[in-house]
Design a protein. Structure first.
Lengths: 409, 116
């Protein structure tokens, strides 16, 4: 956690900019190759209380505009080298000065002529024969517009900075969440793990882990917080902390999945917004070649048998927090060498195609069966690719997490 | 899609006819409608689900939350005629073990009267 509030920094800076703007009068740049006309215009503008900068040709005018960023530029049409319309085109091409206000002067007020000037980038026109009142009114209108545009640019810049700050914070949080995920590879001799994680936003509400418990047992869980984003991720991290080995021994005093889920149900009630978790907790017992599990509203787990059959874990069961007095029971399944366990978030199979039809567990099972004999890592990629192909999009609408564990023969 | 809630009275309670989707996006409308029934001291609420096309995980959480709130004050929540898809989603989260579900209004109303 940073000691200072980052938002305060942004507000301070914007305050300073405004304070400076209030002190200094707006700047008007006059670009005209006729020194007499330029001088006369400069005199009038100064009388209005504005700061005046002058240039005798288009190129030096452009340089001054870049350096001084005047609120308004009064520009002569006819000039050698760089004429008025070409000057405007140069300004509009350059995003750092593109929003400058330009008032073009001309002695030719034919409508086609004016249309050409506007099309090439002028904001307004001033006839060389214009009255004093009209000049004053057009200059003030230009300054007014310039101020509005500057405010808009400043607010946009502040928003962009704040968004960038939020993005950085989210990315840091996402890196933390990813650091909680297990390391793929061998957990115990003969037990391999792989997994794949694709949060729908930068920060996901799905978390899972696999830990070795002694020499002949592996504990694992997958949890899914309802909702998305920051609050889901924070709640998930809290539940993941409860599910750590040391905490379980202290609060549950047992490695029994049913006891663990029952205690989690007591400790994590529904939030006042109705948010909750679904979770699957399992323990792989290598000595007795069995898998013990308990689930709270999470039905995304199956065993792909060595024989080729896919067996889903039995739903349904209440999600955590739905009934504080509920006791979750432990279910036992055989788990033998050559079998593979897949635990996945519902985001993987509850993915709709363009007609709203869900991919579903049956299609997922078929995809798994089609991968017999291939390494775990490839199987997980295939499952996610097939789901993505079904949805027709690269980006899943929900978090996707899938973990595979194989008992080697 | 948004959600509308319309009240009808019944002996000892209120029937809330929901129309639209019971989802995260509509949670405030749903909570406001239910809270208004609770505030007036009604002990029995029947949610008529026949015009609810879709429910998401947040919607399930809201149903569980309302069931808990009514239970806390010795009240009762019932569900009436959910559509097939909504029923399937609710079954996956085992909602029927938590909230009684009825196929006709008379059953829902009399069950509530009995509970009272």
């Amino acid at each position: 956690m940073k000691p200072s509030c980052p938002q305060a920094d942004v507000i301070d800076r914007s305050g300073t900019v405004e304070a400076m703007a209030a002190k200094e009068p707006p700047t008007v740049l006059i670009v005209d190759d006729d020194p007499v006309a330029r001088l006369a215009m400069a005199g009038r503008i100064k009388k209005l209380g504005y700061r005046v900068r002058e240039a005798g040709d288009g190129l030096s005018g452009l340089a001054l505009l870049r350096r001084e960023r005047p609120e308004l530029t009064i520009l002569d049409w006819m000039m050698p080298d760089l004429d008025g319309p070409s000057f405007c085109e140069e300004v509009r091409k350059d995003s750092s000065i593109g929003s400058s206000q330009i008032l073009m002067m001309t002695s030719n007020d034919h409508p086609e002529h004016i249309a050409e000037g506007l099309a090439r980038g002028a904001d307004d026109f001033l006839s060389k024969a214009a009255s004093r009142q009209e000049i004053i009114a057009r200059v003030q209108a230009g300054i007014r517009t310039a101020k509005l545009i500057r405010q808009l640019e400043q607010v946009t810049e502040e928003l962009r900075n704040k968004q960038a700050l939020l993005d950085r914070e989210l990315q840091a949080a996402a890196r933390y969440v990813e650091s909680l995920l297990p390391v793929p590879g061998m957990i115990l001799p003969g037990v391999d793990l792989d997994h794949l994680y694709r949060p729908s936003l930068a920060l996901g509400g799905d978390l899972y882990n696999v830990v070795r418990c002694g020499d002949d047992s592996v504990g694992l869980y997958l949890l899914d917080a309802s909702g998305h984003g920051v609050s889901s991720a924070l709640r998930s991290a809290a539940l993941a902390t409860f599910l750590r080995e040391d905490s379980l021994l202290r609060y549950v005093g047992s490695r029994d999945p049913g006891a663990i889920v029952t205690e989690a149900n007591r400790l994590f009630p529904l939030t006042e917004r109705g948010d909750y978790f679904t979770i699957l907790v399992a323990r792989l017992d290598l000595r007795d070649e069995r898998l013990l599990y308990a689930t709270a509203g999470h039905s995304g787990a199956c065993i792909h048998r060595r024989s080729g059959a896919v067996e889903w874990f039995t739903p349904p069961s209440l999600p955590l927090g739905f009934d504080p007095s509920h006791r979750y029971r432990t279910v036992e399944m055989p788990f033998r060498p050559g079998d593979r366990l897949y635990v996945l978030s519902d985001g993987l199979y509850e993915v709709p195609n363009s007609r709203g039809e869900l991919w579903g567990k049956e299609r997922l099972a078929l995809a798994l069966q089609g991968t017999a004999g291939r390494p775990l890592k490839e199987v997980l990629s295939v499952a996610v690719e097939e789901a993505a192909r079904w949805s027709g999009q690269d980006c899943f609408p929900d978090d996707v997490a899938v973990m595979g564990i194989e008992l080697k023969e | 899609m948004s959600m509308q809630a319309r009240e009808r009275s019944m002996p000892n309670g209120i029937i809330l006819e929901l129309t639209g989707d019971l989802t995260y996006a509509n949670r405030e409308q749903f909570k406001t409608a239910v809270e208004s029934v609770r505030q007036r001291g009604f002990r029995h609420l029947v949610l008529d689900m026949s015009n609810v096309r879709f429910i998401d995980s947040s919607g399930l959480g809201l149903l569980a939350l309302v069931a808990q709130q009514f239970k806390l004050t010795q009240g009762r929540l019932s569900l009436l005629k959910p559509q097939a898809y909504v029923r399937e989603i609710m079954a996956l989260a085992n909602i029927p073990s938590l909230i009684p579900m009825y196929e006709n209004e008379q059953d829902a109303v009399t069950s509530s009267a009995k509970a009272a």
